[in-house]
Design a protein around this ligand. Structure first.
Ligand code: ZN
Length: 300
């Protein structure tokens, strides 16, 4: 409605009120006055809408609502401070806050932090060494600098309102020296040589369409894509939360929640992509490139 029309209505209503007050019975007059006010109000509101041409452009922009992923994690009580120099009460050897058994004398300990055990590589301790048979470089010896404990998440049924909750499976990733990353996920083991930071734009362009296609097939379709000079096939996609971080050398931290994409090439190369949720619990979106190895290629 234009301004001129609004004014005409207002003038008409005013004239009607002046005439009405002289001869109409009070209830009818009040009703008419209310009606005039309602019309005037509606007219002024539609006038305001027309004065802001930016509105339709804004509502047309995002077709897809922002991600509404709900993640429900159990509360895990953490002590306010973790003593730095814990000793085994039996033999006096240094122990870690998460140790359930003394590595030195074998006596049972009451861990300060009662963390779940990862499915595999639970015996790989920070500061310890690990030998890995690398498919290209042969046997390598690494020192373990840091550890990430991942909680695997799942959804009981598909849908934006169904929360993601822990499956009860925990997997571990290890920051290594010289630079490397050792990861177990389900029955797969990865040794990663190369790390790259990704942006949401990188992920949306290079991986998201294929991940979506793979998800739509319930992870049964053969979905291939090209990336960084090689041909890759989708292996697994899913969600995780980082339950705990130990040691150093990792750029990812406790509390981060994200999605992962695991892809493989025909010659044993592997990609691991971590796409973190934006917001407080975010982590740096990361791509690791390396190799799929066998469990027996890892010697603790
Ligand atoms: Zn001991």
């Amino acid at each position: 409605m234009n301004t001129r029309k609004s004014w005409l209505i207002a003038v008409f209503a005013l004239v009607f009120l002046f005439i009405g007050i002289s001869f109409l019975p009070t209830p009818v007059y009040l009703f008419a006055a209310f009606l005039a006010f309602a019309i005037g109000n509606a007219a002024s509101k539609s006038g305001m809408g027309a004065a802001q041409p930016a509105m339709p452009a804004m509502s047309a922009a995002p077709l897809q609502p922002p991600t509404t992923t709900r993640v429900e994690l159990p509360e895990r009580p953490m002590p306010d401070s973790i003593p730095a120099n814990l000793k085994c009460p039996s033999c006096g050897a240094s122990v870690k806050p998460t140790d359930k058994v003394c590595a030195f004398c074998g006596s049972t300990l009451q861990p300060v932090l009662d963390l779940p055990e990862p499915a595999k590589l639970g015996g790989l301790a920070i500061g310890g060494s690990v030998r890995v048979v690398h498919p290209k470089k042969g046997e390598l010896t690494f020192r373990v600098r840091g550890r990430l404990l991942f909680t695997e998440l799942w959804q009981a049924s598909h849908g934006p309102n169904v929360p993601w909750t822990p499956t009860g499976n925990y997997f571990a990733g290890f920051a290594l020296e010289p630079a490397g990353y050792l990861l177990n996920w389900q029955d797969r083991f990865y040794i990663m040589d190369e790390r790259r930071s990704l942006t949401d734009m990188d992920i949306n362009r290079d991986f998201a369409p294929y991940a979506r296609q793979f998800a739509q097939s319930n992870q049964t379709a053969r979905v291939e894509f090209s990336y960084s000079g090689a041909r890759w096939q989708m292996v697994d996609i899913g969600r995780f939360a980082i339950e705990f971080e130990d040691g150093e050398g990792s750029h990812l931290h406790k509390g981060a929640i994200g999605r992962f994409i695991h892809a493989g090439s025909g010659d044993g190369q592997a990609l691991v992509i971590d796409d973190f949720q934006s917001g407080g619990s975010g982590g740096q979106d990361t791509l690791w490139r390396g190799f799929l190895i066998k469990e027996t290629d890892i010697k603790i």
